[in-house]
Ligand binder design. Structure first.
Ligand SMILES: Nc1ncnc2c1ncn2[C@@H]1O[C@H](COP(=O)(O)OP(=O)(O)OP(=O)(O)O)[C@@H](O)[C@H]1O
Ligand SMILES: [Mg+2]
Length: 145
């Protein structure tokens, strides 16, 4: 079934309240899967191709951070279609990090991922503690010219 067909079915009985949830092994092979779902939810949110592209990159950075830094076996990604917007939440139960300490970054060692995410999406919230990290991103659809 294509995303377009899904949209037609949903338009008869819209229910965008429930999130789409992916449980993914913490391995780089699954980044593609996390990106694919963005195309689909982006169509439902009436995204322009540029919106889909930017959100895919933001999701890639968020998911890559879990795989590289969280030291977990698996994690999950929640996608929610909002009115002309998409919310993606990346959740892991790893060791977390000190969000406040990132102020001095990025530098030559890296640390670009979260800065890139902030530049690509409209709202970013990072909650991190010793029991895990929750990265929430919201991107609103660009108004077509
Ligand atoms: N899910 C996470 N679990 C644990 N630590 C994290 C997580 N996400 C980010 N971090 C911490 O925040 C830091 C900054 O992340 P950021 O994506 O900005 O940079 P980076 O991953 O170090 O480098 P780059 O993304 O440029 O390759 C990371 O180095 C890591 O210490
Ligand atoms: Mg990163």
């Amino acid at each position: 079934m294509t995303c377009e067909t899904m949209k037609n079915i949903q338009s008869t009985e819209p229910d965008f309240t429930e999130p789409i949830v992916l449980e993914l092994p913490s391995s780089s092979e699954y980044i593609l899967l996390a990106r694919l779902v963005v195309s689909c939810v982006g169509q439902l949110a009436e995204f322009e191709p540029e919106d889909v592209y930017d959100m895919k990159l933001a999701v890639t950075e968020g998911v890559t951070n879990v795989i590289r830094h969280a030291a977990v076996k698996s994690f999950h990604v929640e996608y929610r279609v909002l009115p002309r917007a998409v919310q993606v939440v990346v959740v892991d139960k790893g060791g977390g990090f000190d969000v406040g300490e990132l102020a001095a970054r990025p530098d030559e060692q890296g640390g670009f991922g979260l800065a890139v995410i902030r530049s690509l999406v409209d709202e970013v919230t990072v909650d991190s503690s010793s029991s895990g990290t929750r990265l929430k991103m919201i991107r609103r659809a660009t108004v077509p010219e």
